[in-house]
Design a protein around this ligand. Sequence first.
Ligand SMILES: Nc1nc2c(ncn2[C@@H]2O[C@H](COP(=O)(O)OP(=O)(O)OP(=O)(O)O)[C@@H](O)[C@H]2O)c(=O)[nH]1
Ligand SMILES: [Mg+2]
Ligand SMILES: [Zn+2]
Length: 351
Amino acid sequence: MRLEDFGYNDELEKFRNENNLRSFEIGRVVAEHKERYIVRTTEGEFEAEITGNMRFTAESREDFPAVGDWVTLTTYDSGFAIIHTILPRFSIIKRQAVGHSGEIQIIAANMDYAFLVQAVDRDFNINRLERYLTMCYSSKVRPVIVLSKTDLVNEMRMNEILDSINARVKNVPVISVSNETPKGYESINAFMKKGKTYCMLGSSGVGKSTLLNNLYGRTIMRTDKISESTNKGKHVTSHRELFILENGGILIDNPGMREVGIADATNGLEITFNRIVRLSKNCKFKDCTHIREIGCCVVEAVEKGEIDKASYENYLKMEREKAHFESTIAEKRKKDKMFGKMVKNYKKDMK
Ligand SMILES: Nc1nc2c(ncn2[C@@H]2O[C@H](COP(=O)(O)OP(=O)(O)OP(=O)(O)O)[C@@H](O)[C@H]2O)c(=O)[nH]1
Ligand SMILES: [Mg+2]
Ligand SMILES: [Zn+2]
């Protein structure tokens, strides 16, 4: 295997040369199991750990390798390797982990596209789709909507779903597939490009691993039927892993997500709700909340039916979450700073 087959490109090569990293080997993180990484190089697969220094200087989760990362490493004949540096990422998908305030989870690094997979039988939810879109835009990853299990609904329902997407989502490709028939596979295969990296995001049980297995040509990820009692997926996939498909594309399977929290939504909301944000620039008040102010262009457009009301409500909800997230982060920074000062003063006093 050549590095290019795994998505290696000129920019990475340039960085490697400019930073005198040629003495190390180079590889891509293809899987992660609790701080142990599987890294693919031209020589094969290695089980790797990071250097003590990297662990010691890490300030956040982002300073650790993630699936999709390009890293420099030293490999040993035993199949073991040490990771020295993470090459700069051109994109990184993160989200706020459920239950922990401010805790960030890295989903994947260096993704070109994200397949937002929703099953059309009961999983389809346009509000959630707007959340995934926001996550993609703030991560600099291009979104593609993949509607799965199309064999389970009739044409009328299918058109209803497509119409509801068209009403609220602009400029995002939509691919409909069935893993059973297998309708839509030619579209997916035509869409995927050699050397580009794609990841699948969606709820449990929507058919992500089934799609990966079929595109790969054999069963490499375990799948399971959805629970009869809850009608939901059983969270079968529990880790992230990257594979090269027959069509040349590189695909990452992900565990199903329970919730899509809005973490760092910089620019994300502006792109997803681009019409609303543009209109809001003309509101009478600079700090307009677009709820009940006089001279609010957003409310006016909603009342005139120019903006979908449900989309507007989803926007307000996500804006509130973003504000909340930003204030917890600011609070945390303040505390860290205070702690830093305390340590400094302590050191001074010791002298
Ligand atoms: N009818 C139908 N069933 C499908 C389709 N795709 C997947 N399934 C079934 O749905 C169930 C769940 O599929 P998985 O591929 O395991 O789902 P997943 O998205 O990987 O789920 P997690 O790993 O839990 O996130 C399995 O029983 C599949 O056979 C489809 O297109 N049509
Ligand atoms: Mg799965
Ligand atoms: Zn307004």
